[in-house]
Ligand binder design. Structure first.
Ligand code: PSV
Ligand code: MN
Length: 445
């Protein structure tokens, strides 16, 4: 055995440190044999059923789900918070974390910012960091659900719906300012998402019609102030933080408000913002039919806005939602603008990065299965009122194990065959704890 460290001969080159991409390749080498076996079988099976495997891989590769800047830390509940350790303390550190996610799965190339939780300061530096991590900021979210320190007027009794015109004006100006931050973050950022916590807690507290009208007018003012190529997404939620009425409780209200603003105002569907057992796939189909589905917030829901991992509770529903999206994309009659996909979940328990990786994996899986549906057979069965056959066509796609297809799509883009496996193998959370500290708590929520 030679001494360690061994002397390098004079002309030997000092080895370059491993890049993250080298680490991904090295890790993939350990899994590729098994993967090739499973992918070989699935690829053959799909080809035999008439699918163009290359097209499927391209469709999956093109699918991107944005990561919200507020999901990189543990969310907590009103009863407490249990930080993961090494949580990102600044926008820059959040970008680094999303950079890791995107490098691992190649499907999370965009970030959505919540203002004022994540106000950029050095725009040039942020843009550089985004570029270095192969990321963009694609949307910005306003926040009139909390009072900020130094804010002159309170949102305790609402923002865009408020009875006091000065409060409404303050909230309108905030939204316009949020879009201005977005414009400085790069050409890719062209979406303002508005979620209002406005609502009432007791019968009689709100004049429903007047409150609606005031909200519409406030939204119109914001919309008219946006650059002409910007989209405004209007998100609905049935309850929380108010428990008697929410100003925008449902997709019908969001739809009417967006129609009242203009063509670039669209409805945003957050999966957790429905009462239990709501048929979300039907809502999605309706909005697509009206050309007003602008965006998605993915998460998993058991009872309400639970922020569970997307696809963890109702994978079949997620699949059915994707079936609607896929069918609409193939239908020339549908005139819906491109849909902005984002995860909106911030849970208490899991490592946030693992939770996000798992969510994206579940989303890609649902999408891949939806791409496998034999739509001609489905439509024939529907026309013939053959309910059994129609359901079997869907089940046939849903029951297909598409994990090797998703893995192959990610691998071909340079991502990891097992993103969570590699994240753990490299002890990235521990590295974060070492550099940022055990008690580092993410800014924002
Ligand atoms: C509200 O529950 C919401 O879904 C909105 O999208 C907010 O922007 C986000 O959550 C904040 O956590
Ligand atoms: Mn949301």
């Amino acid at each position: 055995m030679g001494a360690w460290p061994q002397r390098l001969s004079d002309n030997a080159k000092i080895p370059e440190p491993m890049t993250f991409s080298d680490q991904i390749n090295e890790y993939n080498q350990t899994l590729v044999g098994d993967h090739n076996f499973r992918w070989g079988y699935l690829g053959e099976q799909l080809s035999r059923s008439g699918h163009d495997v290359e097209t499927l891989l391209q469709q999956l590769a093109a699918f991107q789900v944005a990561i919200p800047s507020w999901a990189l830390g543990t969310g907590g509940t009103r009863f407490g918070r249990f930080p993961a350790g090494g949580e990102p303390r600044s926008l820059e550190e959040k970008i680094e974390d999303v950079g890791i996610i995107h490098a691992l799965n190649r499907s999370s190339g965009a970030i959505s910012l919540h203002i004022p939780w994540d106000i950029p300061h050095d725009y040039a530096a942020i843009r550089q960091l985004l570029q270095a991590n192969d990321l963009i900021i694609d949307s910005v979210n306003s926040n009139t659900f909390q009072d900020q320190s130094g804010q002159p007027l309170s949102y305790k009794f609402g923002s865009l719906c408020h009875t006091d015109a000065d409060v409404r004006q303050q909230a309108v100006e905030h939204n316009i300012q949020v879009a201005e931050y977005g414009q400085k973050l790069g050409d890719e950022c062209k979406t303002l998402t508005v979620w209002l916590s406005d609502g009432s807690d007791f019968p009689g507290q709100h004049h429903f019609r007047r409150a609606y009208q005031r909200t519409l007018e406030s939204l119109q003012t914001i919309y008219n102030a946006l650059p002409p190529d910007w989209t405004m997404l209007i998100e609905y939620k049935p309850y929380e933080p108010h428990f008697y009425s929410m100003l925008i409780p449902d997709w019908g209200t969001s739809l009417r408000l967006s129609e009242g603003c203009g063509a670039r105002a669209q409805v945003l569907v957050d999966l957790g913002h429905h009462l239990p057992n709501t048929n979300i796939e039907q809502i999605v189909a309706r909005l697509l039919h009206f050309g007003r589905l602008g965006g998605f917030h993915f998460n998993g829901s058991m009872y309400g806005d639970d922020d569970l991992t997307t696809g963890s509770i109702k994978p079949f529903q997620l699949f059915l939602i994707f079936c609607e999206l896929v069918q609409a994309a193939q239908d020339a009659v549908v005139r819906n603008p491109p849909v902005a996909y984002m995860i909106d979940a911030s849970h208490n328990l899991k490592d946030p990065i693992e939770d996000l990786l798992q969510s994206v994996q579940n989303i890609l899986t649902a999408y891949a299965k939806a791409l496998l549906v034999d739509t001609d057979a489905l439509f024939d069965a529907q026309e013939a009122n053959d309910a059994v056959r129609a359901e079997e066509v869907l089940r046939d796609a849903f029951m297909t194990d598409v994990r090797a297809l998703v893995a192959e799509a990610i691998r071909r883009q340079g991502g990891a065959l097992d993103p969570i496996g590699l994240y753990r193998h490299l002890s990235i959370r521990q590295q974060r704890i070492d550099t940022r500290g055990k008690l580092a708590v993410a800014t924002g929520l």
